[in-house]
Design a binder for this molecule. Sequence first.
Ligand code: OGA
Ligand code: MN
Length: 285
Amino acid sequence: MPLTISPIHHDFVARAEGLDLSQPLAPGDVEAIDHAMDTYGVLVFRKQPLAPEAQLAFARHFGPLDLGLRKVSRSANRLHHEELLDISNVDEQGRVADRNHRKIVGNLANQLWHSDSSFQDPAARYSMLSAAVLPDWGGETEFCDLRAAYDSLPQRLKSEIEGLQAEHYALHSRFMLGDDQYTEEQRNALPPVTWPLVRTHPGSGRKLLFIGVHASRIVDMTVAEGRMLLMDLLEHATQPQFVHRHEWQVGDLVIWDNRCTLHRGRRYDLSARRELRRTTTLDVR
Ligand code: OGA
Ligand code: MN
């Protein structure tokens, strides 16, 4: 069956059906997914539970895979595949992690609006999140449309920010949450990178606001002024008209383009088990 696409909003987020993602994709399927991603930025596949190997194989159709923050803290991966990121509140022994467990900070940092791995070059292109175990309430994931957010900026602000560069740093979100117990080596493992604040999305040719919590300052601006500008832009971009909330079902696979969307997890009871698995491609093609 070919891929069928049903938009959820006019040009942001679509439901995708017709493919069995546990099987190797035909080149035409990869192209069709890329094409839909270019238009909608987020695709939701339901009823596609994927074993670790199948999720990795699916992701590799779209480029080399990213390790994210695992480059800083190399704890053992519970899922036994370096490139399958364990987005869960479960500890090494398979129990719901204690609230004081360091891993929980990572969980909570995912509740801040961000673009995966925007703190490195190459950054992330697609993230693919598969839901295995879900809590009874909360734990949704929200997405915001950075292209629509850019389009709706007043012309004065568009001119003001054109040409500005933002610095993105991996540990900024951790510091914001009071987690600052990192060695010099860890702090330097992922040096900051800069990206233009206004970028053009290659697949659609549309301009967008490249922001999110990893952006820690604006180059050639005081930290204070840059952070206030970043916070203002984030507040603009995450207004309800630009945001879609995904309510998870077990077996969902959601793919988003980190180059034109931000996302965040929503609160849930940290003592309830929540297990998702992520694969992420690098933006290198
Ligand atoms: C991620 C992420 C949010 C969530 O996996 O990259 O930010 O809802 N997840 O778990
Ligand atoms: Mn993320």
